[in-house]
Ligand binder design. Structure first.
Ligand SMILES: NC(=O)c1ccc[n+]([C@@H]2O[C@H](COP(=O)([O-])OP(=O)(O)OC[C@H]3O[C@@H](n4cnc5c(N)ncnc54)[C@H](O)[C@@H]3O)[C@@H](O)[C@H]2O)c1
Length: 270
């Protein structure tokens, strides 16, 4: 169903890799809600070519940008404003990557070059993105910036590895930069802390299926899907949430406030 929630709004959406990506679903829903936007991803991800299907479907252009490179972000933000015909109303940062996770390196035995790269891609890129938007005065007043995160920033999930630390840093950047963006430009900045979701990044985490099943059994409403995450994200881009900022918002079917559920207790019986 469409509510015209984003009618006339212009955006930039990072991170649509394939049709499972949370960013992919967000782009589809944003299009249905009347937004126009530019899609972007790292040049290496664009080589897969699938994003062109999404671009056609949503009538949008694709601009390559490695989110760790400020010059790429500058180019993206300049071109996006030209293409869209004005300043930006919403930005989705849906980017995450850990080489330690990918290569199965244990948290207690990290390769620090990989740790550094993962931190740059998954967290510092958010600062670089906002600093570039801020310097270029590219955001409209009452615009909205959202990044996606996971609860391992607050609680221990051993196999989430160094991504837990990256997410803690990401969430802190949202608060710290959100203060300045709010004061200077009336722009809000939030993170959405999403349930485990079967995407390319999600499935890279060791034991992901067990992890998902556990969360499903713990959450009174069950895990939130990628499409449901897209819907929630759109509310934050809409004018209905203008005073929500500096928040880490759990979108997880209630998981984050659970102690234990009956299903988990049942499975523990001797
Ligand atoms: N899947 C889950 O279980 C889950 C749960 C909570 C939060 N998240 C977060 O949601 C976000 C989106 O992930 P997803 O699950 O949709 O997976 P995904 O693999 O579809 O998306 C991750 C994206 O990051 C992009 N990316 C990697 N390096 C980049 C770079 N240098 N520059 C620009 N883009 C780059 C990838 O190309 C990809 O499109 C991530 O921040 C992830 O941590 C995912």
């Amino acid at each position: 169903m469409s509510y015209n929630l984003l009618k006339g709004k212009r955006g930039i959406i990072f991170g649509a890799l394939d049709e499972n990506s949370i960013a992919w679903k967000t782009a589809e829903r944003a299009h249905e809600e009347g937004a126009t936007f530019v899609l972007t991803n790292a040049p290496v991800a664009l080589r897969m070519g699938t994003i062109n299907t999404l671009a056609e479907k949503t009538n949008s252009e694709v601009i390559p940008a490695d989110a760790t490179k400020v010059e790429d972000l500058e180019n993206l933000i300049e071109k996006s404003q030209e293409i869209l015909g004005g300043k930006i109303d919403f930005v989705l940062h849906s980017i995450g990557m850990s080489i330690n996770v990918r290569k199965g390196k244990h948290y207690t035995d990290q390769n620090y070059d990989w740790t550094h790269k993962g931190l740059d891609v998954s967290a510092m890129s958010f600062h670089k993105l906002m600093q570039t938007l801020h310097k270029k005065e590219a955001m409209n007043e009452w615009g909205s910036i959202v990044a996606l995160t996971y609860m391992a920033a607050q609680r221990v999930f051993p196999d989430y590895n160094d991504m837990a630390d990256n997410k803690a840093y990401l969430e802190s950047i949202a608060r710290s930069f959100g203060y300045f963006f709010g004061k200077d430009k009336k722009v809000r900045v939030n993170t959405i802390s999403q349930s485990p979701t079967p995407t390319s990044a999600g499935q890279g985490v060791k034991g992901f299926t067990g992890f998902m099943n556990y969360a499903e059994k713990m959450s009174p409403l069950g895990n939130a899907t990628a499409l449901e995450c897209a819907d929630y994200t759109l509310t934050l881009f809409s004018d209905l949430t203008k005073k929500v900022t500096l928040q880490n918002l759990f979108h997880d079917g209630g998981f984050s406030n659970m102690g234990v559920s009956q299903e988990i207790m049942e499975s523990m019986k001797d």
